[in-house]
Structure formats: C-alpha cells, structure tokens
Design a protein around this ligand. Structure first.
Ligand SMILES: C[S@@+](CC[C@H](N)C(=O)[O-])C[C@H]1O[C@@H](n2cnc3c(N)ncnc32)[C@H](O)[C@@H]1O
Length: 438
C-alpha cells in the first residue's frame, strides 16, 4: 500500500500499466460480452480451484488483500500486486444531516451534499462567488448558499433540470432568489468569459470577482473541463469537485480506445500501453467499490453470479443485428432462460421470436459452462480487485496534470484528493480540492 503523499506519479503509472496490461483480460470486455469473448476460459484453473476452496469470509476479503498461503503462486502474485498498488487516501466525514431543509432527498445524496458543503466551507475564505458545475436540480447550490451565505451560480446543460431548479427554488428557498441563480449552458474549456459576464450581470456586485468551481458528481468530461478552466483563468482560485461517470468520457475514435480527457497527463500518456484504455476499463473504474462486496452473503454471491452469467450467455446466442431487453415480469417460473428476454431486430426496430438456432446455441454454452454462474462471480471478484486501481489511475492522471501544468505556468497550487468515509453509501466519493496559493 502506498501513501498518497509519498506517491511518485511516473513510477506509479508505470507499475499500474505493466500490471493492467498483463491482466487486461479481466476487464477488457463489457460484462454482457464476457461469455462471447471467452473470458471465462482465461481464468486459470488453479485460480478457480483456489477461489472455490475459499470460505465466503475469505472470498469477501480477497479484494481487501487477503491471501491464503496455500493458494497457487500465480494467484498469489496477482493478489500481491493488487495489494502493492493500492493507495491510502485521507478520509473525511463531516455529517450534519438537516432533513427538515432537504426534504425529498435520499440519504445518499444528503450525505454527499452535506459533506461536500462542509469541505467547501473549510476551503473557501468567504469572499468567493461559487459556480456549481453541472448543478442538476440545484441541491448543492442551494445548500452551499444556505450554509455559507455565498452567492452561487448553478450552471447546467440540461434545460429541464434548470427549470426544475428554479421551481424548487421558488417552492423551498424563495429568500435565495437574488443570491442563487441558475443558468442553462453547456460548459466547455473556453466558457470562462461567458460565465464571468453572466455571473457579473446576475449576482450582487458586492465583491471582487474570485470564483470557486464546485461540483457534485461532475460527470464524464465536466470535471476535467473544470480543471482546465481553473488552470487557465486567474480569477478562479479554487476547485472542489466530486467526479463521476468516467465511462461517459468522450471518445476520440469510433472503437472507443482513445479519449479526449484521459490521459490528460503526459506521464500517464507515456506509460499506458495500447489496448488497456477502453470503455470497460473506465466502467470498471466507476463500478461499485469493494465496500459492498465485503458484506455479501453466499446467497447474494449466487444470485449476482447467476444474473451476470445469464445476461452474458443470452448476449452470446444473438446473431448480427439482434439485441435483447430483459423482461420486467421475471417472477413466474420460466421453462427456458430466453423466455426472460425479448429479442429485437435492431435494424427493423421490432421484436421477433427466439428460434431453434438460438436455443441450440444456448444449450451448447450451458453444456460448456456447467458452473458458469460460479465462474461469473469469480470474474466479478477479480474485477473488484482491480476496481480501485483503475479509479486511481483515472484520478491520479488528473492530479498529475494539475501539478505539471501549474509548474509550467509558474502557478503555486495546493492540491488534495480526499475520500468520503462511507464509500458503501456513496461509491463515487473522491473529492478534488485544488487551490491557487498566489
Ligand atoms: C450526475 S449529474 C449531477 C447533478 C447534481 N450536481 C447532483 O449531484 O445532483 C451531472 C449533471 O451535470 C450536467 N452536465 C454534464 N456535463 C455538463 C456540461 N459540460 N455543462 C453543463 N452541465 C453538464 C448533466 O446534465 C447533469 O445534470
């Protein structure tokens, strides 16, 4: 395990790249495609034997570094690498639940809003104007204003969400109408001049313009756009953001093997071999963290493995231009696995019946993988081992970029990457805090 403060980016990226390249078969294909791609055949027989000999408790501990000395050397080598590449982040938790004021918001969102607001309060000096990037329904914008009394501009690309934020403001926060404004705009790296002009025209002109960019679940490219804007524009003095949805990062090519906003650092760009970066890699980075895995019962593992194997086996029997949709009413007893799915012709966009050819392919695969449900859960275990490494690479690439670009332009910045403590409740729980010191 490496302490974040002691981590050297180039060395870490190089080690991760070698490791991820060797084990890319674990995450290379979408989880609906692993049967078709033959991923189950790539799990070494010794690893299967070791995982099947583990008790549920041991199995649950594997992604947390548990290694049984009796397991085969190859599996132990994999698990030791996972252990060596894990990073120890600083955890934070400031929970101040205010159910009365945030009625209608579930515990997960509330936990995130309250904690992010507290981090913003700790970071800001009180003379900033807050710009909430991807403000959604305005939850964070309103809470930051309620607690910190700072002017806030929520910027949201989706006009319906802007409308909903305004309705919510009128209903629950009418006193904030002069100090919290919502604007519909799709933020891009060069949006600063527009945002500054809009903010100046809408918000009270009682302070020297200094901006803090904040964002709760600033999805896909948005948090990188914010970082670029922060670095290029002097009046932006702070950035406090929780990123999410890495799998929605914009691709540069049709087969989604190259992306505009990853790698952003030259250091990761130089280290990563081809074929590691892909949509499934990014998806694994934002999959459920190991926190929930730890508590799963045997029955939960069985039903998860079954669902995952069945979905992938159905995908494997499809012909070209066919897709499936899972049927909603899954309660009644099915004679055949395929009865749980509706088959569509993706060209004609109409449903069609399953054929005997589909059933024959299904039988062949079920015969080939009599323990397919089990194997699917072993694959999930291996993916769970890799999840945090993929997410570390994605996030540390951004931290490294900030460091390099700030140095190049003579900016002195303080940067932190913190984690909210309850990653079971809030799986995407990393927070970037970046401040210009002068
Ligand atoms: C995951 S949602 C989070 C919403 C809100 N912050 C919350 O936590 O409830 C991300 C939001 O960012 C918005 N968004 C994404 N990219 C954007 C961009 N470039 N400019 C403006 N809004 C954007 C989306 O429309 C969406 O409402």
């Amino acid at each position: 395990m490496i302490l974040l403060e002691e981590l050297e980016f180039t060395e870490y990226f190089t080690r991760c790249s070698i490791f991820l390249d060797e084990y890319k078969w674990i995450f290379q294909h979408a989880n609906t495609k692993f049967v078709e791609a033959g991923t189950l055949d790539r799990i070494p027989a010794d690893w299967i034997r070791d995982m099947s000999s583990a008790s549920v408790k041991e199995f649950n501990e594997i992604p947390f570094g548990y290694i049984n000395e009796g397991w085969c050397d190859d599996f132990k080598k994999f698990l030791l690498s996972v252990r060596d590449l894990s990073v120890l982040f600083k955890y934070v938790n400031f929970l101040d639940l205010n159910y009365a004021r945030l009625k209608g918001i579930g515990p997960k969102k509330l936990y995130e809003i309250e904690n992010l607001t507290a981090i913003i309060a700790n970071t800001c000096k009180g003379d900033e104007i807050i710009w909430d990037f991807g403000s959604g329904l305005g939850y964070l914008s309103q809470n930051v204003h309620l607690k910190l009394r700072l002017p806030v501009m929520g910027i949201e690309g989706d006009p319906y969400r802007v409308e909903a934020s305004l309705q919510r403001q009128t209903k629950y926060f009418p006193d904030s109408i002069n100090s919290v404004k919502f604007v519909q705009h799709f933020i891009q790296p060069d949006s600063f001049s527009f945002l500054e002009a809009t903010s100046t025209s809408l918000l009270p002109k009682d302070r020297i313009p200094k901006y803090a960019l904040v964002g709760l679940h600033a999805c896909a490219d948005l948090s990188v756009t914010a970082i670029r804007m922060f670095l290029r524009n002097e009046p932006i003095t702070k950035l406090i953001m929780m990123p999410c949805c890495y799998h929605k990062l914009k691709p540069e090519n049709h087969d989604c093997t190259s992306f505009y906003n990853i790698p952003v650092s030259i250091q990761l760009r130089k280290s990563l071999p081809p074929h590691v970066l892909s949509r499934p890699f990014l998806r694994l980075g934002c999959q459920q963290t190991s926190a929930r895995w730890k508590k799963m019962s045997e029955a939960e593992h069985d039903s998860h493995g079954k669902a995952m194997f069945e979905r992938s086996i159905v995908e494997a029997v499809l012909n070209k231009d066919e897709t499936v949709v899972v049927n909603k009413s899954r309660s009644c007893e099915k004679k055949n696995l395929l009865d749980g799915y509706t088959l569509y012709d993706s060209c004609k966009k109409s449903s069609r019946s399953w054929s005997s050819d589909h059933s024959k392919k299904l039988d062949t695969l079920l015969t080939k993988y009599p323990n397919g449900c089990r194997l699917a859960e072993y694959l999930t275990c291996l993916q769970t081992c890799l999840q945090s490494i993929c997410e570390n690479v994605i996030l540390l690439d951004r931290m490294c970029y900030v460091e390099t670009e700030a140095t190049k332009s003579g900016l002195e910045v303080r940067k932190q990457l913190l984690k909210l403590s309850n990653d079971e409740l809030s799986p995407r729980c990393f927070v970037f805090i970046i401040e210009k010191i002068k």
